[in-house]
Ligand binder design. Structure first.
Ligand code: PLP
Length: 494
């Protein structure tokens, strides 16, 4: 049977499960791929899902599963689209925008090369990420260093590399940076990370610019609360005064990052206005206009059918309008703007390929009735994607190694780990005949999946392959049992 015939037979009468969340629609065609969720070169030309012309079964055969599969062209296109959109929107305001790719979302040497080749800079947050940047040959002035508890080793490395900016997170850290720079006979380029008191509408654990969390220097000074108090006495203002007093510190400007996986523009806009107002205050207090403003990352991507990310051009022009009007109101020269997207560049470039194993149907009570829920176990799980456990993150999945005419049934894709919370995809309709040996692909796993992966249950981290021009090549080697055994210290006998 060809794919078209399969599609016809898949059109069964609707049997949406009462256990399904309200946002999940019952698919007309369970074999169809929603282009919003996948890299640009993923398709189903026949029975199988393919990327850049390579079938998933060929990839699984060569590299095994679980496997992260990243589209190089898609990464480059998304990187370029942010750079081009922000450059265009801010051209007449400040000549363009510096886009720092947030390496924490996923970083390896190849990724660092791709970003640099597309005109991006690189945001790091540890000595290890700086080591990758060095291996990729990224010039120091194109690097930034983040972190709320930076080690001396990371700071020394950053100063040795003369990084473009160290984003200082607290008053004690400012002193640590100033002292290290003095001892090394150098000057530290510094931005201050501020918390503008904006609650981004996202999961609590990743909303980072409100007050009750670990990052940044508060803009709130007086008793009246964020953004309304006496800014001049705030930790942010104290840090500016301290930084300006240090000869070994070159204070470039201020930074904020209000959270992650955010779709609504209001939070970004409010944060930008508050930081610009703060720069106005700094000018009034110190007679200095700081030359740079970093508005962070956090732009959302589509993980499921209900996520609707805004195109970079729309985000950029809205931001440019806010910066233009606020600077005009304050009589402030427009600072050089930078942003730090991670997820929005790498997230949708990648899918994880798993092999399905055991399936099981349980009955769940719903209003005195019982309803079936099918569990499909795969050969990875929370060790390669902890986001569902950490953030209740939703994903989607597709039967990838074939199409099916079987009815879609509500399914939960679960991992192989010893945790009942080890869920990969909480709710998805998969064909009823999905079973052992089938390949499943989970899209949108480029950001904060491999980067957050672990060896839980002594499972090796999966490899990452990049696909371009019909070729797949390893960009991160998977961990083998030998890697695991090599780190385990055996008892010495004599
Ligand atoms: N910048 C900072 C300071 C961050 O903490 C993060 C993510 O945590 C990012 C940028 C990237 O965020 P996203 O990947 O959501 O764009």
């Amino acid at each position: 049977m060809g794919p078209e015939e399969m599609r016809l037979t898949a059109a069964v009468p609707s049997a949406a499960s009462p256990l399904a969340p309200p946002w999940l629609s019952y698919p007309d065609d369970v074999n169809r791929l929603d282009p919003a969720l996948w890299a640009q070169d993923v398709a189903r030309p026949g029975e199988e899902l393919s990327i850049g012309g390579l079938t998933v079964s060929a990839l699984a055969e060569e590299f095994g599963t679980p496997l992260f599969v990243v589209s190089e062209d898609d990464f480059r296109a998304r990187a370029r689209s942010f750079k081009d959109a922000f450059d265009a929107a801010f051209a007449d305001l400040c000549g363009g925008v510096d886009v720092y790719y947030a390496g924490k979302s996923f970083l390896c040497t190849e990724i660092a090369h791709w970003g640099a080749e597309e005109g991006l800079r690189l945001d790091t947050c540890s000595a290890g990420e700086l080591a990758i940047a060095m291996r990729a040959g990224i010039p120091g002035e194109h690097l930034s260093l983040h972190g709320n508890n930076k080690s001396d080793a990371a700071l020394r490395r950053a100063l040795d590399l003369n990084v473009g900016r160290i984003v200082v997170d607290s008053l004690p850290e400012l002193e640590q940076v100033a002292a290290l720079a003095t001892s090394l006979g150098t000057t530290a380029n510094v931005m201050l990370r501020l918390t503008p008191g904006v609650h981004a509408s996202t999961h609590e654990f990743i909303a980072t610019a409100h007050e009750d969390q670990k990052f940044g220097l508060s803009l709130a000074g007086g008793p009246a609360g964020p953004g309304t108090g006496d800014v001049a006495s705030s930790p942010a203002a104290q840090a500016v005064a301290a930084a300006l007093g240090h000869e070994s510190v070159n204070l470039l400007g201020v930074h904020c990052h209000i959270g992650s996986q955010i779709f609504e523009p209001e939070g970004f806009e409010l944060a930008a206005r508050r930081l610009l107002a703060f720069l106005g205050k700094v000018r009034d207090l110190h007679g200095r206009e700081l030359p740079e403003l970093d508005l962070g990352g956090g732009y959302g991507i589509a993980y499921t059918e209900v996520d609707a990310p805004r195109p970079p051009a729309e985000i950029a022009s809205a931001m440019a309008d806010v910066v233009r009007s606020t600077c005009a109101e304050l009589g402030l020269a427009v600072p050089r703007i930078s942003i730090e997207p991670g997820r929005a560049i790498v997230g949708s470039t990648t899918f994880t390929l798993y092999t399905a194993g055991i399936t099981k149907t349980v009955r769940v009570d719903v209003d005195g009735d019982t309803q079936p829920r099918r569990y499909v176990s795969v050969d990875g799980g929370m060790s390669d994607n902890p986001r569902p456990v950490l953030y209740d993150a939703n994903y989607s999945a597709a039967l990838a190694s074939r199409t099916s005419g079987a009815a879609p049934v509500l399914s939960r894709v679960v991992g192989m780990h010893c945790e009942s919370g080890d869920i990969v995809v909480r709710d998805v309709y998969l064909p009823e005949d999905t079973g052992a040996g089938d390949l499943l692909a989970v899209p949108g796993t480029g950001a904060y999946c491999w980067a957050l992966s672990s060896n839980y249950n002594w499972v090796g981290r999966p490899p990452v392959v990049a696909v371009r021009d019909g070729q797949a090549r390893l960009i991160v080697r998977g961990e083998t049992e030998n890697d695991i055994l090599a780190r385990d210290i055996t008892r010495t006998t004599n």
